[in-house]
Design a protein around this ligand. Structure first.
Ligand code: NDP
Length: 332
């Protein structure tokens, strides 16, 4: 029998996440493999080619990126750039006819996300967002509870995701590059509430703050936001570059769920009020994500987290910034 087909992946932007997480995970995947790189830094290219055996003809920079369209080794372009660059490289990538995987936050604005979805549809290519947690069986257990309601309806959610970032001149601190904690760690706090309820928020009230104004003057260091859901459930969420925190609590009509951590790379776990321990083993989250997304492309089945899911978060993120700017509750 012929060897099973593997999709060839080209990583765009060889920063922290590509280097430390995605490239190692691509050594474990069954349905896809690392075949190409796109980088603006020649010294990285040399290291990557040696380490991962990447052919000269599969190496690109930001200028000749569009020529990937002629390369049969590459099936998927994975955009792992600062958020302000996601739209451009998704749109240019879609035009090459390759499938697109794009990191979170999908883009700084709803208009960006809509343009990305439209371009992928126009070119009949898939668009998956790198929501690794939605591929994690522990989070999927929580999503099943939201569907089957064994504890009744969710009423109150507390959701937090943050870490202490000591950097001072990174894109995370730049408005123009799409920085700010809300899009970065904030989407995990938001997803905690969205996935725990299985609902989309209808209004939000938010407060931005910083304890380090010398670093966080363009973007917020901390965001606290309160969501209201159609069923009447409410969520109090917090995200910060100033403090290590990662937990979720859901109080239902007749019980509760706790997850801590709720969005880590490894070891997401929790429990529910009936004594159930939620602790599914998972070998590698990013490998599972990429394998499942590759399989969905090959089998033409639904993606777990398509562009529309990225857009749902950004719609709330936009409303959160509007609430901060106006000091008022914003309807979504
Ligand atoms: P880094 O800053 O570490 O890397 C970004 C890379 O983008 C750079 O190394 C560079 O690669 C390239 N780049 C091109 N132009 C620029 C520019 N003007 N400024 C800065 N970088 C540029 O970021 P991360 O790897 O931490 O994040 C990348 C993306 O991945 C973000 O969207 C982030 O939110 C997401 N991410 C997702 C995670 C998850 O768990 N799903 C975890 C961490 C990050 P080169 O030198 O090769 O050109």
């Amino acid at each position: 029998t012929p060897a099973p087909k593997k999709l060839g992946v080209a990583l765009v932007g060889l920063g922290y996440y590509s280097t430390d997480l995605l490239a190692p995970a691509l050594q474990l995947t069954q349905n896809c493999e690392l075949r190409g790189i796109v980088s603006g830094t020649p010294s990285k290219v040399e290291i990557w080619q040696k380490k991962y055996g990447i052919k000269d003809k599969n190496v690109y920079n930001y200028q000749n990126f569009d020529q990937i369209g002629n390369n049969p080794d590459i099936d998927v372009i994975y955009v792992v750039l600062p958020p302000s660059m996601h739209r451009e490289y998704t749109v240019r990538g879609a035009k090459t006819g390759k499938h697109i995987w794009c990191e979170k936050p999908m883009a700084p604005s709803v208009a960006d996300c809509e343009a990305m979805i439209a371009e992928c549809q126009k070119n009949k290519v898939s668009l998956a967002i790198g929501y690794r947690c939605q591929h994690d069986p522990n989070i999927q257990h929580m999503m099943r509870i939201a569907k089957e309601l064994p504890f009744g309806k969710p009423r109150m959610i507390n959701s937090a995701a943050g870490y202490f970032d000591s950097r001072t001149t990174h894109w995370k601190q730049s408005k123009a590059m799409g920085g700010g904690v809300m899009g970065d760690m904030g989407v995990y706090a938001l997803e905690g509430a969205r996935l725990a309820t299985g609902e989309e928020p209808i209004s939000v009230m938010a407060q931005a703050s910083t304890t380090r104004p010398e670093i966080y003057h363009e973007v917020e260091e901390t965001m606290m936001f309160q969501l209201q859901f159609p069923s009447g459930a409410r969520a109090a969420c917090q995200t910060s570059y100033g403090i290590n925190m990662n937990h979720l609590r859901v109080d239902y009509e007749k019980g509760w769920l706790k997850m801590e951590p709720q969005s880590a790379y490894t070891g997401i776990n929790g429990s529910t009020s009936d004594g159930t321990i939620i602790k599914y083993a998972i070998e590698n989250q990013q490998a599972k994500q990429m394998d499942e997304d590759a399989m969905a492309i090959m089998k033409k089945t639904d993606l777990i987290a398509p562009g529309e899911e990225g857009l749902r978060d950004i719609r709330v993120v936009e409303a959160i910034y509007k609430s901060v700017a106006t000091g008022k509750e914003v309807k979504i």
